[in-house]
Ligand binder design. Structure first.
Ligand SMILES: Cc1cc2nc3c(=O)[nH]c(=O)nc-3n(C[C@H](O)[C@H](O)[C@H](O)COP(=O)(O)OP(=O)(O)OC[C@H]3O[C@@H](n4cnc5c(N)ncnc54)[C@H](O)[C@@H]3O)c2cc1C
Length: 380
């Protein structure tokens, strides 16, 4: 059956591109179709921060040099909700690459690997024996749904979105900064906690700046979302007036749904893989997309169980850790204690980075040190 695709990927962001790239890497003669409702390059509301962990994923996808023309930076400043400021050098550098550039490069790399890329908005999905039929005209052995936070495919297969209490909303813009500014700033806010503003210099005289908070906290203000988000960004970074403001939801992994049904595997934001402590999602999108692409090729008869196993092995313990930390972090005092500990112990800073941007866990001595400090600060 020549008109059957081995894999149809819905969504050409990092998750979808990674799925297509991995499947084509493992099966160069496979028939792989990547659909997106937009043409690339296209913008996406994002902080544009790509952690070292994301670059590891790019290397696994056979694209180790994809970001080499962007400036690496290891310098980070984190301001805790209570005001403690920690500046440190991360063990490995991060990059800041506008999504307009990053996503288009990934899609182009997939096309160069033999993936067919089409502009197409998916609206309907039906199981048909061993196949999935998309919009009545495309037949696939497996589908990767990587269509983002408001995933239509997730809705079509009957899985719920992250509940509001596990969803954040953030606005991002661009502002002018000195070309020499290479410090990534994360400034957490007690007001409306959990909430933070960021400034991520790109290296070309501009920085991605933004502000994000949990959706219920935004609703509790009773004000229009735009007024709150734009207003607080302007207030928190008064020296960096922002243009091209754009907001989007962030479905947090603490509210993740099941990662698929039948022959459909969900990846990236479609399965709520955003770190609830930091709002980082690109690494998890690349990782989950890669694993879904692998499962589609290696377990073509029944890809979903293979995908669930791979996802659990790669992220299970990390996600359980961030589930617990997200609950503890409802108290700003806990984050104050964690960042206060990092101010004195360099290895703690590296743990924060690995847990917040990668698949890291919290070693017991570090957990005990933070717990002791939290208790001390609470009762003195
Ligand atoms: C303001 C903000 C700041 C952020 N900052 C960072 C950061 O600095 N670093 C970080 O790691 N993460 C950040 N994130 C999270 C990050 O943006 C996401 O986790 C990441 O984009 C997820 O990638 P994805 O491929 O799953 O989805 P997306 O990047 O959203 O891609 C989904 C794609 O699916 C397409 N699509 C949607 N519906 C359909 C349809 N029906 N048919 C066909 N195509 C469809 C869309 O056009 C889109 O191209 C931020 C998020 C926000 C909102």
């Amino acid at each position: 059956m020549n008109d059957v695709w081995d894999l149809v990927v819905v969504g050409g962001g990092p998750a979808g591109a990674a799925a297509a790239l991995r499947a084509a890497q493992l099966r160069p003669d496979g028939r792989i179709l990547l659909l997106d409702k937009a043409d690339f390059p296209r913008d996406k509301a994002c902080g544009d921060g790509i952690a070292a962990h994301g670059r590891d994923e790019l290397a696994l996808l056979g694209l180790p040099g994809l970001l080499d023309d962007y400036r690496p930076t290891s310098r980070l400043t984190v301001v805790a909700p209570g005001g403690t400021r920690v500046s440190a050098t991360a063990a490995r550098p991060n990059h800041v690459v506008p999504r307009m550039v990053f996503d288009a490069r990934l899609v182009e790399a997939a096309r160069a690997r033999g993936v067919e890329v089409r502009r197409h908005r998916v609206r309907a999905l039906a199981e048909s024996g061993p196949h999935v039929v998309i919009d009545g005209c495309l037949t696939a052995r497996a589908v990767v749904a990587a269509d983002g936070a408001n995933s239509a495919v997730r809705r079509l297969i009957g899985l719920p979105a992250s509940p509001d209490r596990h969803t954040a909303i953030a606005v991002r813009g661009y502002s002018d900064v000195a070309v020499s500014d290479d410090v990534q700033l994360i400034a957490m806010q007690k007001e409306g906690w959990p909430a933070y503003a960021w400034s991520f210099p790109i290296g070309d005289g501009t920085a991605n700046v933004g502000f994000g908070m949990l959706l219920p906290r935004l609703h509790a203000t009773g004000l229009p979302g735009r007024e709150v988000l734009h207003g607080r960004l302007a207030r928190l970074l008064p020296d960096q007036p922002a243009r091209d403001l754009r907001a989007h939801h962030l479905p947090l992994s603490s509210g993740r749904p099941k990662a698929g049904a039948g022959r459909v595997m969900l990846a990236g934001d479609a399965v709520s893989l955003i770190n609830p402590l930091t709002g980082e999602g690109i690494y998890y999108a690349l990782l989950s997309g890669r694993l879904a692409g692998e499962a589609a090729v290696q377990a073509a008869d029944d890809p979903l169980p293979a995908y669930l196993r791979k996802l659990r092995a790669a992220l299970g313990r990390h996600l359980r850790t961030t589930d617990v930390l997200a609950r503890l972090a409802q108290s700003p005092g806990f984050i104050d204690a964690a960042i206060g500990t990092a101010a004195h112990r360099e290895e703690m800073f590296d743990v924060l980075v690995d847990v917040g941007l990668g698949a890291g866990l919290v070693p017991l001595p570090i957990a005990l040190a933070v717990g002791r400090r939290w208790l001390r600060d609470t009762f003195t």
